[in-house]
Design a protein around this ligand. Structure first.
Ligand SMILES: Nc1ncnc2c1ncn2[C@@H]1O[C@H](COP(=O)(O)OP(=O)(O)OP(=O)(O)O)[C@@H](O)[C@H]1O
Ligand SMILES: [Mg+2]
Length: 404
């Protein structure tokens, strides 16, 4: 079937799409190269179809999404790719969509920033609804990324993302709140998270930081705007790519690495940060506020492992947190006094976990943060900028998968 690939009100390309497999079979016409998804190249006036397909498939719910097999079964659908065309590929993180050729649909009629959406798919994805009769597929949940169960919901007129935790501790929602409290104390631009309970389960809730004027482009896509040679580290490549787009990303990356060090974040992969641009002027506005910091604070570990700081993974640049800290250009912006008393705030957030955490595990988490702040302070005191080499780089951009 033929569709226009659209970017808000504008045509980007005319494509032939197999809606069952989600594969773009042909790109029949290119209207505006500058509007192609970030990192999709053009050679001799032909967009790279493989790259466009990769971008399109990446828009579907990942196979690693917790509970997705059951949800697909309930919807009687074989793959998450089939959900894409049922909501015109619309999302609440950017302004791309597909419009069937010959239809008179307009962006203003369909987009989810300005129009309400159905709760059906969200209900199925989080396991609240079992029957699949008369499902209304108009939902940004069909295009949401990430491994944790989640849904978009309009709360008091605001588009909000609700996200669950993973077994055994269901700690991620609380961690999001703690991470945003630490970021606030350090003046790091961040998404504000709260915890809400639904059906006895905790969810983090945050507002959409994207609106009808803007869009999020992940670091994964930004890195595709340039070629990286073997002598260039991942970090340097990202800084270079952002620089070419007119964004000095170093201060924002300094802040992200420091926050991730403090909370021992294990899943800051390349889709968990990025840039925001104006979706009309296409001007790059800078780093996205910090979001998705939940897989941290020993979220899947026993009290003993937390005390030992055992098996703490590091992403996105270096394999170890201490090594990644060496990438930070300046620590001058950190007001360590602003972190005084953070232990009380952490204890207070974790006390809401309602039996999911033991007292001893909570205390281990508090001590983990205090130890890491202490080490960070020491490191900052002796800091000398050094040349970064690619040897210790992370080799794959893989998000964590969680057991149900
Ligand atoms: N507040 C927000 N506003 C706009 N887009 C958002 C917001 N929060 C998340 N997103 C988008 O939704 C995606 C999924 O959200 P998030 O990363 O929080 O989920 P996750 O399941 O924790 O992901 P992961 O697999 O990395 O653990 C993000 O990669 C981002 O593209
Ligand atoms: Mg994520």
């Amino acid at each position: 079937m033929e569709y226009y690939l659209m970017h808000n009100e504008k045509k980007v390309a005319l494509i032939s799409l197999d809606v069952d497999t989600g594969v773009i079979l042909r790109i029949n016409k290119l209207f505006e190269e500058a509007l192609l998804p970030c990192g999709v190249g053009v050679r001799n006036a032909h967009p790279d179809r493989a790259a466009l397909n990769e971008w399109w498939i990446d828009r579907s719910i990942p196979a690693s999404r917790s509970g997705i097999e059951r949800a697909l079964e309930e919807m009687n659908i074989s793959s998450t790719k089939m959900l894409l065309s049922r909501c015109f590929g619309l999302s609440l993180s950017d302004q791309y969509w597909i419009c069937p050729k010959g239809s008179t649909l307009s962006w203003h009629e369909v987009n989810f920033f300005e129009n309400d959406f159905s709760e059906d798919i969200g209900d199925i994805l989080i396991g609240k609804r079992k029957d699949s009769k008369n499902l209304d597929f108009r939902s940004p949940d069909n295009t949401s990324d990430g491994a944790l169960k989640k849904r978009w919901k309009i709360v008091n007129g605001k588009r909000c993302l609700l996200k669950s935790g993973s077994n055994p501790f269901r700690q991620q929602p609380f961690n999001e709140v703690i991470a945003s409290k630490i970021a606030k104390r350090l003046n790091i631009p961040h998404v504000e998270y709260d915890v809400v309970w639904d059906g006895g389960e905790p969810y983090s809730i945050c507002e959409d930081f994207i609106d009808k004027e803007t869009e999020l482009v992940s670091a994964w896509r930004i890195m595709k705007t340039g070629k990286r040679d073997n002598a260039t580290s991942l970090y340097r490549h990202y800084v270079n790519c952002c620089g070419k787009l007119g964004v000095d990303i170093v201060p924002a990356i300094d802040r992200m690495i420091v926050l991730d060090y403090i909370i021992a974040n294990e899943d800051r992969h390349l889709n968990n940060f990025g840039l925001v641009r104006n979706a009309y002027s296409m001007e790059w506005l800078g780093a996205a506020p910090i979001y998705d910091s939940g897989s941290s604070l020993g979220f899947d570990k026993t009290e003993r492992m937390i005390n030992l700081e055992a098996e703490i993974e590091c992403k996105p640049f270096k394999k170890g947190h201490e090594e990644q800290l060496k990438l930070v250009s300046s620590f001058d912006w950190i007001d360590f006094d602003s972190l005084l008393g953070i232990e009380h705030e952490i204890t207070s957030v974790l006390s809401e976990t309602d039996g999911l955490e033991s007292e001893a595990r909570r205390e281990a988490i508090v001590q983990l943060v205090l130890r890491r702040i202490g080490r960070l302070k020491e490191f900052a005191g002796q800091h000398k900028p050094q040349e970064d080499r690619p040897e210790e780089d992370v080799t794959e951009n893989l998000a964590k998968a969680y057991k149900e």
